[in-house]
Design a protein around this ligand. Structure first.
Ligand code: F0G
Length: 462
C-alpha cells in the first residue's frame, strides 16, 4: 500500500452503458474451429472467438451521441442532410474542399487510383498497404516503397518510422522521370510498419519536393488522427497544439486524401475521398455514381453518415486519443517487460509481435506469423492477424512471393471496446505461446486466391 501513496491514475474518458457478452470455448473446440478455418483467422466464425484483435476496422464502440445520430438518418436518395453534416465535418477537421462519401476505404482507393494513375506510372509510398497497393496495381501503376530503412527493422526505436526517405524519391525521379510518377501515396501511422507515425517535418519536406517536381501528394488518412497524437507527443514544437490542430495542419500540406473511416472515426462502416482541385473532384464525382452510389451517399445510409460526422469530432479529442493509444501501449509494455519481441516503438492501433524472433527455426515460406496467430487462437481464443509473407502476396509481373523484411502478427485493439483486464489476459496468453515457441511447426498454403490472398487463403500443418 505504501508505494500507492500519492499515486494519481488516469482513466478512459467514458463509462460503459451497454455490454455484449463474450464467448468462451474449450481447447478442443478451438482445434476444430481452426482446422475448419484452414489455419486462417479470417476464416474463423466470430462465435468461436473470445477477445477479437483481428482488426481495429469497423470494430469500435460508438458513443451514445453517435447512436442518437443513427436515429436522425435522413434516408433520402439524394441530398441527405446527413451528407452535409459529413461534408462539414471533413472540411472542418481535415480541411479539404470537396468531399465524396464511399462505402469504406477501398472504395475511395479504387476511385483515386483509377483517376490519378496512368498505366505504366509509378506510385511511391511509405510502405505498402494491401488494398491500397492492389488498387494502384489494378489501375496499371507500380508501387515503390520509399519509406525510411528504419521502418523495416522491428528493433529500431526511431520516433517517426513512417517517414519517407526523400533520397529514395530523388532516385526514383532520376531513374524514371517526374512525369512517370502518378503521385506520392503517404499514409499516417503506417499500418504494415507497426502503426508508425510520419512527422510534420517530413510532410513539409514532401510538400516542397512535390511542388518542385509538379507531383501531387495524397494521403491515406485512415489513422491520421492517431498520427497527430504522436506528433503532439514526440515532435518539438507541437506539445501545446491539440490533436485537432495538428491533424488540420498536416492535411494542409497535401492535395487530398482517402479515408477508411472504420478506424479513427469510430464507426462500423464508412469512408470518404476529398480533394481540393475541382477538376479532379468532377472526375471522381462522375465515377462514383458507377461504383459506389450517388455523390451524396456513396454507398452509405444517411444514418451511417450521421454517425461518421459525429465520430470525426470525437476522434480528435485529446483525451480520447490519449486513452486509445495509452491502452495499446499498456499491452505493449506488459509484453516488453516479459522480454517478448514486438515492433518498437509501440504504434497507434496495435501491438505487432515479431514472428521471426518467435520462430527462428521456421523459414519465412513456412508462414511464421500465420503460425503465431494460429497458436495464439489455440491457446486462448484470442484472434489476431498475420502481417507477413501471406499478406504481402505476389509480384503481379513475376508471380514470385513478395518477401517482406517484417514478418509480424498483429494484435489490433478496437477503440473503446476492451478493458485493461482484457489486455492482461491477452498478454498472458501471448506469454504462454512464447514459452511454447520451440514446439511450433510451420504451415503450407493449400489454397491461394488471386487477389489479397491473406483474406481467404487456407493452410495445413507441415
Ligand atoms: N488504408 C489503410 C492504412 C488501412 O489500414 C485500410 C484497412 C484501408 C486503407 C482500406 O480500408 O478496409 O475500409 O476498405 N485496413 C484494415 C485493417 C482492413 O485491418 O488494417 P477499408
Amino acid at each position: 500500500m505504501g508505494q500507492q501513496f500519492g499515486r494519481r491514475s488516469w482513466a478512459e474518458p467514458w463509462k460503459i452503458k451497454m455490454v455484449e457478452p463474450l464467448v468462451t470455448t474449450t481447447r478442443g473446440q478451438r482445434e476444430r474451429a481452426l482446422l475448419e478455418a484452414g489455419f486462417n483467422t479470417f476464416l474463423l466464425r466470430s462465435d468461436d472467438v473470445y477477445i477479437d484483435l483481428l482488426t481495429d476496422s469497423g470494430t469500435s464502440a460508438m458513443s451514445d451521441r453517435q447512436w442518437a445520430g443513427m436515429m436522425l438518418g435522413d434516408e433520402a436518395y439524394a441530398g441527405s442532410r446527413n451528407y452535409y453534416h459529413l461534408e462539414a465535418a471533413v472540411q472542418q477537421y481535415y480541411g479539404y474542399t470537396h468531399v465524396l462519401p464511399t462505402h469504406q476505404g477501398r472504395g475511395a482507393e479504387h476511385l483515386i487510383s483509377r483517376v490519378a494513375i496512368k498505366p505504366g506510372q509509378f506510385v511511391p509510398g511509405n510502405m505498402y498497404f494491401t488494398t491500397t497497393r492492389a488498387h494502384q496495381e489494378l489501375a496499371g501503376g507500380t508501387f515503390v516503397d520509399v519509406i525510411i530503412d528504419e521502418a523495416h527493422d522491428p528493433a529500431s526505436s526511431h520516433p517517426f518510422k513512417g517517414d519517407i526517405d526523400i533520397a529514395k524519391l530523388d532516385a526514383l525521379v532520376a531513374r524514371e522521370g517526374a512525369d512517370r510518377i502518378a503521385y506520392i501515396s503517404l499514409a499516417g501511422t503506417v499500418n504494415m510498419a507497426g502503426g508508425q507515425p510520419v512527422s510534420m517535418a517530413n510532410i513539409k519536406a514532401l510538400r516542397a519536393w512535390s511542388d518542385r517536381h509538379g507531383i501531387k501528394l495524397y494521403l491515406d488518412a485512415t489513422r491520421l488522427a492517431e498520427n497527430a497524437f504522436f506528433i503532439q507527443e514526440r515532435e518539438p514544437g507541437y506539445a501545446s497544439h491539440s490533436v485537432a490542430q495538428i491533424l488540420r495542419e498536416f492535411c494542409g500540406y497535401s492535395d487530398g486524401a482517402w479515408m477508411s473511416a472504420k478506424k479513427d472515426s469510430l464507426v462500423n462502416i464508412g469512408g470518404w475521398l476529398a480533394v481540393n482541385d475541382f477538376a479532379l473532384f468532377e472526375e471522381l464525382r462522375n465515377l462514383i455514381v458507377l461504383y459506389e452510389g450517388l455523390h451524396t451517399y456513396g454507398g452509405l445510409a444517411g444514418r451511417d453518415m450521421e454517425a461518421l460526422a459525429i465520430g470525426i469530432a470525437e476522434s480528435v479529442q485529446d483525451d480520447h486519443m490519449r486513452s486509445r493509444i495509452g491502452q495499446v501501449r499498456y499491452l505493449g509494455e506488459l509484453l516488453e517487460d516479459w522480454g517478448i519481441p514486438i515492433v518498437q516503438p509501440v504504434g497507434g492501433h496495435a501491438v505487432f509481435l515479431d514472428a521471426k524472433a518467435f520462430y527462428p527455426h521456421l523459414r519465412q515460406e513456412e508462414f511464421p506469423a500465420q503460425v503465431l496467430a494460429a497458436e495464439l487462437y489455440l491457446d486462448s481464443g484470442i484472434r489476431s492477424m498475420e502481417r507477413g509473407i501471406a499478406s504481402a502476396g505476389r509480384d503481379p509481373k513475376t508471380g514470385e512471393h513478395h518477401v517482406p523484411k517484417l514478418e509480424l502478427t498483429r494484435l489490433t485493439i478496437p477503440r473503446r471496446v476492451y478493458t485493461q483486464a482484457h489486455m492482461d489476459v491477452v498478454a498472458e496468453s501471448v506469454k504462454s505461446v512464447w514459452d511454447a515457441r520451440a514446439q511450433a511447426r510451420g504451415l503450407r498454403m493449400t489454397y491461394e486466391p488471386k487477389y489479397l490472398r491473406f483474406f481467404q487463403a487456407r493452410f495445413e500443418r507441415l
